[in-house]
Design a protein around this ligand. Sequence first.
Ligand SMILES: [Zn+2]
Length: 187
Amino acid sequence: MPPTAKQVVAHWSDREDESSLAVDWEEAHERCRRCAYRARLEKCHIVPASLGGTATPDNLVLLCSRCHREAPNHSNLQYMWQWLRATCVPLYDTYWTVRGWEEFEVMFGRKPFATFADAGEDSPASDYRSLLAAEFDQTIIHFGEGRRNPATIACMIAELEQKLATRLGITLPDPPATRARTGPWGI
Ligand SMILES: [Zn+2]
């Protein structure tokens, strides 16, 4: 019989320090080990079954479907915990928003709202939450995804920036025409 979620959590809670992980052990049976959102959790193999990994607690972690798709599929089991620690964020329910901000940087070549700080507007709108809420109507959650994806959040940030820029009379820079994102050997 496959192990339960609580058995998986119990195994790792004795072995991994929660201080640099996204989720406290007492909530780890109901929050994704990586993004820390409450979600239906999947038992993700650390070493894939096709590479000899077993469906036992020592080779499983609990991830949401989105994080499961991004998790390493490698024969070296060390990479899973390295990845979990390196890619998590410290606060619950912020991970996918942080990913949206990172996607904005890739799309526009600057940090969100950096233009406003440069113009001396440290907090350009006290009503940014309601402005952002209005942006939800312009987007959807893709079928099967459960949440807005990072690219969609990046677009919402861009729309919000534009509204604030218009209000404040600030001109936003054009995004770079081309972006060099090649690997170290031109890969
Ligand atoms: Zn997740």
